[in-house]
Design a protein around this ligand. Structure first.
Ligand code: NDP
Length: 281
């Protein structure tokens, strides 16, 4: 029997997740059907419930429902608890504990893409993370675990950056990482790694900070990918940074979700290579 999954969000048409999970399923011999679930902005819960009632086994959650998905789950992994946002739900049958399990695989996916795929060490580095939405909430805990020297979290709404930082203060102290919140217009200078975790590229809003955050050779990563990421990537290159999009993160977080659902971790390298041939950097 084929088990059904989907990426749930609004918008979802741009998502490459169905193609990625199809390749994972083929590679691992798993009977998986993975589609897209466009949810009304005011009807996420009803859309998800209908999907579960139709026999679905899980879903990925994308913009802007990661916080809502976390709230709706009956059980949560520790990394989802820290993020208070979920990008992965697993719908367990009553015989296996029942209810919805929330996880967040965005952060481990991001860190793996930076350190393994891009080959950039985070340990001891200065990192700027922009955004305090679901994606950045998921990224912050695993970024701290990679033990950079410092992480500055800047967001358009400063209060959200501050509350995300407050929630991670103990985690940062435990890992010896200096963690501070800043406003966008005071984001700091010359970072080693700059991660744009805002939805600015998705909405065509441009790069929300000035080029002073870069130095020659900075890894400048936008979580967005495809045509919408191109202005950010060009901006990074124009200022002598190393430009990277969110495609590798996407594949890595998908592999973690797949492992949670199916108990087997696919090999991400061939899937990322195949996707990269279609989505230029
Ligand atoms: P959310 O809607 O939860 O959060 C959006 C964030 O972006 C908020 O911090 C918001 O600031 C900020 N923002 C939005 N527009 C602007 C702008 N014009 N200027 C400055 N800041 C802005 O979205 P997510 O966190 O879920 O997703 C963020 C991005 O990351 C999306 O583009 C998404 O596609 C991408 N993503 C990619 C993944 C991957 O695997 N590659 C995984 C997850 C996400 P404020 O708080 O002030 O509203």
């Amino acid at each position: 029997m084929t088990d059904r999954y989907a990426v749930a969000g609004n918008p979802v048409e741009h998502s490459r997740s169905p193609a990625i999970h199809q390749q994972f399923a083929q590679q691992t011999g798993q009977a998986v059907d993975y589609g897209r679930l466009l949810c009304p902005l005011d009807g996420f819960k009803a859309a998800l419930q209908a999907f579960v009632d139709s026999g679905a086994r899980g879903c990925n959650i994308t913009v802007p429902f990661k916080f809502e998905a976390f709230e709706m789950a009956t059980r949560r992994t520790p990394r989802a608890e820290l993020a208070q946002a979920a990008n992965t739900l697993r719908f367990d049958p009553p015989a296996e504990g029942g209810g919805w399990l929330a996880d967040n695989t965005d952060g481990v996916g991001l860190v793996r893409d930076i350190t393994v795929n891009a080959g950039v060490a985070l340990s001891g580095q200065r990192v700027l993370l922009l955004g305090a939405g679901g994606a950045s909430a998921g990224a912050l805990g695993p970024l701290i675990e990679a033990r950079p020297f410092e992480i500055v979290l800047a967001n358009r709404s400063f209060d959200k950056a501050q509350s995300l930082v407050n929630r991670h203060a103990d985690w940062a102290a435990e890992h010896g990482v200096r963690l501070t919140a800043r406003a966008l217009d005071n984001a700091g200078q010359a970072y080693d790694v700059f991660i744009n975790g805002t939805a600015a590229s998705l909405s065509g809003g441009g790069v929300p900070v000035g080029p002073g955050v870069l130095r020659p050779g900075t890894l400048a990563l936008d979580m967005m990918y495809g045509p919408a990421a191109q202005p950010f990537l060009q901006w990074a290159r124009d200022h002598h940074a190393v430009a990277r999009d969110g495609l590798g993160m996407l594949v890595e977080q998908a592999a973690e979700s797949f492992a949670l659902w199916r108990g087997i971790r696919p090999d991400t390298a061939p899937v990322l290579a195949a996707l990269r041939a279609q989505v230029p950097l």
